[in-house]
Design a binder for this molecule. Structure first.
Ligand code: MG
Length: 410
């Protein structure tokens, strides 16, 4: 059996949902995977394609290790290469599952649960945006349409907005939520390499307290800092949030310095999570050995693939750490991550970052909603078990990008 084609397509949602499709010479079979966005990503996938074409798609781990080895000559031990190979790897699993009539979790040891808990990312209480691969805002038609009917006006980082957003997510069936606190400071327009003011920290605490009061004690609430703070400021924030019974305190300090994260964890009584910017097991090993985190958050679309994410989850289990994958993907990427979560006893919650994308669920060609009552239900359907609804997805395709082999025409 041989791989015959490797193709890409990109949808402009809140982020660029970037798909890889791999075809083989058996009955026109193909698999589709999703990558985390990155500058030049589809060009990277195209450049990697010759390493795959003509090879046996059933040897997934062998193929991915082959690509990593060949790309290491270009200096890649981390970075966007892993976004590309994560999408390639998921496409290979989807293809294998379809060929064998098996759901992907069966290749990962089988599931230990049927329903995978998902948490709702609620941003900073408000979020309608479409960002390019370096997080610059764009205004496609779907964003303009929402903004023109917005009741709440401009984004404000106020407790009321956080509380309203929390109640809306709980009403949709989610029992775990996440909110950003760094946006409160970013909104001041000031650079962040300075100590925070007490006023800023009080505003963060007021917003998260409003969330806790709005949802009551039984709903889990996590807080994200997006690597913005020094250890001392992160400790000031987390200490102020103690008593709110947080699910976790995410990415307090830059990911390249795990000792800073360890410093925060040692000083506060709030579980600490990190990992969305790390690649492969190597990215997590020292962090876990140093007991610097309580939960790991690999992103299945950029960490190196589904199998690698499973291995990281098992590594975390050895150190008593939970598994709570970061996720900003379309239904395909979310379900791919759910297959991994289903196989790990230490899974806590998988991120859902698409609440404000009006067509998010429509991108899946599935029966019913992809997420129901805050859970993804895994089925016996082969491969990922969910297909891209191309009739919908094409409407939002990114200008200039090919659509699975079909060139862009203006
Ligand atoms: Mg995060």
């Amino acid at each position: 059996m041989k791989i015959t084609r490797v193709e890409t397509a990109v949808v402009e949602a809140n982020y660029d949902y970037t798909y890889v499709r791999i075809w083989c010479d058996r009955n026109g079979a193909y698999g589709t995977g999703e990558c985390f966005f990155a500058p030049g990503l589809t060009a990277i996938v195209r450049d990697l394609a010759p390493l795959l074409i003509g090879r046996d798609p059933r040897e997934v781990d062998r193929l991915i290790r082959h690509v990593w080895r060949k790309a290491s000559g270009a200096g890649a031990v981390a970075g966007f290469l892993y976004n590309a190979t994560s999408g390639i790897e998921a496409a290979l699993w989807d293809l294998n599952g379809k060929l064998d009539g098996l759901p992907i979790y069966r290749y990962l040891g089988g599931k230990v649960r049927d329903r995978v808990r998902v948490y709702a990312d609620c941003h900073a209480g408000y979020n309608v945006e479409c960002l390019d691969s370096v997080l610059e805002p764009r205004s496609p038609e779907w964003v303009r349409a929402i903004e023109s009917k917005l009741e709440h006006g401009e984004e404000k980082f106020e407790p009321e907005q956080y509380a309203r957003r929390a109640k809306e997510a709980v009403a949709k069936g989610f029992d775990a939520l996440k909110f950003d606190v760094d946006s409160i400071v970013l909104a001041t327009g000031e650079e962040l390499n300075r100590p925070l003011t007490n006023g800023e920290i009080e505003q963060m605490a007021a917003c998260i307290r409003a969330v806790r009061e709005a949802v009551g004690g039984a709903v889990d609430v996590a807080v994200d800092c997006h690597w913005r703070f020094t250890p001392s400021d992160a400790i000031r924030i987390a200490s102020r949030l103690e008593g709110l019974n947080l699910l976790w305190f995410e990415d307090p300090c830059p990911p390249e310095d795990w000792r800073a994260i360890q410093q925060v964890k040692a000083a506060v009584r709030v579980p600490v999570l990190t990992g969305e910017n790390l690649n492969r097991r190597q990215g997590f090993l020292e962090l876990l050995q140093a007991r610097a985190v309580d939960l790991v958050a690999p992103d299945v679309q950029k960490v190196g693939g589904m199998l690698e994410a499973k291995r990281i989850g098992e590594l975390a289990e050895l150190f008593g750490a939970g598994f709570a994958p970061h996720n900003i993907a379309s239904p395909l990427g979310l379900v791919a991550a759910a297959h991994v979560c289903a196989t790990l006893p230490n899974h806590v919650a998988l991120e859902f970052h698409g609440q404000d994308v009006p067509f998010w669920n429509d991108l899946a060609d599935s029966e019913g909603p992809v997420i129901e009552n805050g859970r993804v239900v895994l089925t016996e359907r082969p491969g990922l078990g969910v297909e891209l609804n191309e009739a919908v997805a094409r409407r939002y395709r990114r200008p200039g990008e090919p659509w699975f082999g079909e060139a862009w025409k203006a």
